[in-house]
Ligand binder design. Sequence first.
Ligand code: ZN
Ligand code: FE
Length: 257
Amino acid sequence: MQIKRLPALSDNYMYVLHDPQRQTAAVVDPAEAKPVLQLLEELGAELVAILNTHHHFDHVGGNRQLKESFPDARVYGGVEDKGRIPEQKEFLQEGDHVEFAGRVGKVIFTPGHTRAQIAYYFPPESPEETGELFSGDTLFAGGCGRLLEGTAAQMVESLGKLRDLPDNTRVWCGHEYTLKNLKFALSVDSQNSDLQTRYAEVEQARRHQEATIPSQLGIEKRTNPFLRWEDSALQTAANSKDPVQTFGYLRGMKDRF
Ligand code: ZN
Ligand code: FE
């Protein structure tokens, strides 16, 4: 399974999964159809699946047009998103699986940003492979999604599930927000040397308009404040020993940052 990252709209990413043997493809969160159709043509691949993480327009905006070109493509999303994702026919919940290119994608229910959000995790099937996590707007590189339909407690539980995955898991998230996220992270966790190093690298990459995605989960665990609700520096900043309160405080600060 090869993964191709496509920029969309102002700061979204869409991901085309390609199976060169079968000449098939799947797409995660197609914000727009056009760049996806163009890439499929270059690859000579048939689109067999659309994997949506949640109903927001910048993640499903290309569904209809893609279905027009590939009427047999199956459109997946969370069961709680029923009625909100165009063309959705497959309703997924925690523990369900999707299959592509001989890989099995596990569905992880991750409410918080929306009440229905899901993530797709493809575990490695051999030592040469890495796990691939498509986290939508739940986990970002250096940050997390806003709480639009969910609570801090839900988000902590959702992010906790993602945090349990192996360190070498690659994280493919919905937006290029990394630099801004790390600016905020440094403001609350300034003594974290892993974070300082990462910030310098990301700043450099963005100066050259390079993408910062995929990220790696191990780096997120060390530098992303929204996975570090047990960290004493962050608990001190939030003036709390409680994970949910610490998370909620940081999320509130980030909203105003
Ligand atoms: Zn969203
Ligand atoms: Fe989004």
